[in-house]
Ligand binder design. Structure first.
Ligand SMILES: Nc1ncnc2c1ncn2[C@@H]1O[C@H](COP(=O)(O)OP(=O)(O)OP(=O)(O)O)[C@@H](O)[C@H]1O
Ligand SMILES: [Mg+2]
Length: 389
């Protein structure tokens, strides 16, 4: 299953919706280069900033040379990798655009890199285009001075809807107009979110009403299982997991182990299929660090599983705790913390994460030092993990 955002990513300038003004600015900037040397595209997520640069480069047969946060980590990489790229013409393309995508993602550690980019701007023989979600963040002040800022607006609802209807027609899928309204409204002009939400909802077949976030009082896992497995699927299920503090992965284990207790034959097959789709999204969350996918994982596991049953199931089922798997999962969780702490430490001391994990016991006393924890920006869970060991 491919993401619609990939399939329908704009390829030509005309495919980019609702950003005519920004597009005109970028074109002008490139035409007049080197009058101004760098441009900062500022705007909320999912409105086409990265896409715009890619499409425009494509239309000019220009190469895109991308600079990331990690390039600023050391001076050597700056000098060895970047400088030549900024000075020398592209070997195969007509021209070149330097893209510094998501500059506000640059972490505190790399902040020195921002002043470094400013120096590079002077040096560069090619136009530099950076993107940011919040150009007004304080840390970006040095960049703002050196670059012309262009604001991209969030996508208007009517424009978003038109695009969605075109996509649905191509996919041969339908969506209730009220549901489309709801999705568009809640995404607030984030085109990527709208496309992703529409895709995930249309996965469920006949799309019922969807209400996404609503935090109510705590419900324990047995209550959750009872609802998912025994009651009719309805929109309230989409906020079911919000009512517990249990992580989604752990809920998945409970669901997986208890499905056979209640479901039979084709219900079982359907339920497992949805669970495995939820797992695909989980993989994507980790790989792409795209937390919005959690919504789909959630929808598939709650509404999706509930809807897999043929009829509502009255009666009492003795749901069981997924013992063995749960233990494995918990120990993996522990390892996750060890790994994330090691990664942070590794970035500071320039020793590989693997080595640090091997010597974890030896470094432990250092890591328990609150000053060190602060310096490494450990989160609460990581600190809690250290205090348990
Ligand atoms: N203006 C647009 N017209 C058509 N599709 C769009 C537009 N903006 C975003 N999309 C869709 O959303 C996807 C993501 O867009 P893009 O990566 O360009 O967003 P972005 O503004 O760079 O977001 P971020 O700030 O998160 O990096 C695209 O692949 C495309 O499918
Ligand atoms: Mg982007």
């Amino acid at each position: 299953m491919k993401n619609w955002t990939e399939i329908y990513r704009p390829k030509k300038l005309e495919d980019i919706r609702g950003q005519d003004l920004a597009l005109a600015h970028v074109k002008k900037f490139l035409k007049e280069f080197p009058k101004k040397k760098a441009l900062l595209l500022n705007g909320p997520p999912g409105v086409g900033k990265t896409t715009l640069v890619q499409v425009i480069a494509n239309s000019m047969e220009a190469e895109i040379f991308e600079i990331n946060a990690s390039d600023f980590r050391n001076k050597d990489s700056l000098n060895e990798r970047l400088k030549p790229a900024l000075e020398q013409a592209s070997l195969v393309h007509k021209s070149k655009i330097i893209l510094v995508d998501e500059v506000d993602g640059i972490s505190a550690v790399d902040r020195g890199g921002l002043t470094e980019i400013v120096k590079l701007i002077e040096l560069s023989n090619f136009p530099i285009i950076a993107t940011a979600n919040n150009a007004w963040a304080r840390k970006l002040a040095p960049l703002r001075k050196a670059m012309q800022t262009i604001d991209l607006k969030s996508i208007e609802d009517s424009i978003a809807k038109t695009l969605i209807l075109e996509i649905l027609a191509k996919e041969n899928k339908k969506l209730k107009p009220e549901l489309l309204d709801k999705i568009v409204k809640s995404a607030r002009g984030d085109m990527r979110a709208i496309i992703n939400d529409v895709q995930s909802v249309s996965l469920l077949g006949e799309n019922e009403d969807v209400e996404m976030n609503e935090r109510n009082k705590e419900t324990d896992i047995f209550h959750i299982l009872k609802q998912v497995f025994q009651e009719k699927a309805d929109e309230s299920m989409l906020s079911l997991f919000d009512k517990t503090d249990m992580p989604l992965e752990e809920i998945a284990l409970w669901i997986e182990d208890n499905i056979p207790l209640v479901y039979q034959r084709e219900e079982l097959a359907k339920a497992y299929e949805r669970l495995s789709r939820a797992d695909i999204f989980k993989g994507r969350i980790y790989k792409q660090q795209y937390w919005r996918f959690m919504v789909y994982q959630n929808i598939l596991m709650s509404y999706g599983i509930a809807q897999a049953k043929n009829y509502n199931k009255a009666g009492f089922f003795k749901y069981k705790k997924p013992d063995r798997v749960l233990k494995i999962w918990l120990s993996n969780q522990k390892n996750e913390k060890k790994k994330s702490i090691s990664e942070k430490y590794s970035n500071k001391v320039h020793v590989g994460t693997k080595r640090i994990m091997q010597d974890f016991k030896i470094i432990l006393p250092i890591l328990k030092n609150p000053t060190v924890q602060k310096e490494l920006r450990l989160d609460e869970e990581e600190i809690a993990y250290l205090s348990r060991n």
